[in-house]
Ligand binder design. Structure first.
Ligand code: GRF
Length: 231
């Protein structure tokens, strides 16, 4: 489905930063982590807009606090996914966006958006894909009895959490875990690997070969199996 392609040959050596639009639906802790990394100059990327399909998403407040343009686009006002995506895209394009980052965005992306941003839409999922795609991944991990859970950053394709995997981080599952405690442990790793992947993207180090994503100059460490690549 995918031709070998190196995502975003960026101009890391100075001038231009990757322009990122973040799509959200809720709390926005991943958004916050990306904002913090960007403001700390740890990211060669700047967030140019935040768009939520829900008016009450706390993520919108987070964006406003950091003077990032924040928009609410109400999906229920559109007859189908395509027209909703077209409305979102018009804002995204207005801001000259290079990369779309889904951070807790609870809508399925239509072909309209995929075609407009080929290999330039990222998602984070709170499971070690391809296990536990879809909703309530942490709960399903607990119910299945796995001993290791985690999170995955992947390119978005037309399926649900099925796109090429860029990075994963793992965490242990403890006997006394609840959905909440496990989610929190996973979230801590999300906040590390999502900015890490955006930086890899900005540096033009991500290449997709079919299903496989290759990270150039990745640090590999055989003693530490809990994340790959290392950030
Ligand atoms: C995260 O667990 C993410 O993996 C999933 O939705 C949650 C969003 O959390 N896609 P937040 O809004 O970033 O706090």
């Amino acid at each position: 489905m995918f031709e070998p392609v190196t995502a975003h040959q960026s101009e890391v050596r100075g001038i231009s930063k990757v322009r990122v639009a973040v799509l959200v639906s809720g709390n926005g802790s991943n958004l916050q982590s990306i904002i913090d990394h960007s403001e700390a100059d740890k990211l060669n990327a700047s967030i140019v807009c935040v768009i939520s399909n829900r008016a009450d998403a706390y993520a919108l407040e987070r964006a406003s606090k950091h003077q990032i343009p924040a928009y609410h686009v109400n999906h229920s006002e559109y007859p189908d996914r395509e027209s909703f995506d077209a409305a979102v895209l018009s804002i995204v394009k207005e801001h000259d966006t290079d990369l779309i980052v889904l951070a807790g965005f609870n809508r399925i992306i239509s072909q309209v958006m995929l075609d407009a941003f080929p290999m330039a839409i990222l998602n984070i999922h709170p499971a070690l894909l391809p296990s536990f795609p879809g909703n309530r991944a942490q709960r399903n991990a607990l119910l299945s009895g796995v001993k290791i859970a985690g999170c995955t950053v992947h390119f978005v394709d037309s399926g649900t959490d099925t796109g090429p995997i860029i990075a994963q981080a793992a965490v242990p599952v403890f006997d006394g875990d609840t959905e909440e405690t496990l989610s929190q442990r996973i979230l801590c790793q999300e906040h590390r690997i999502y900015p890490g992947v955006i930086q890899l993207y900005a540096e033009g180090r991500i290449t997709v070969e079919g299903r496989k994503v290759v990270i150039s100059r990745a640090t590999e460490c055989f003693a530490d199996f809990l994340e790959n690549p290392r950030f």
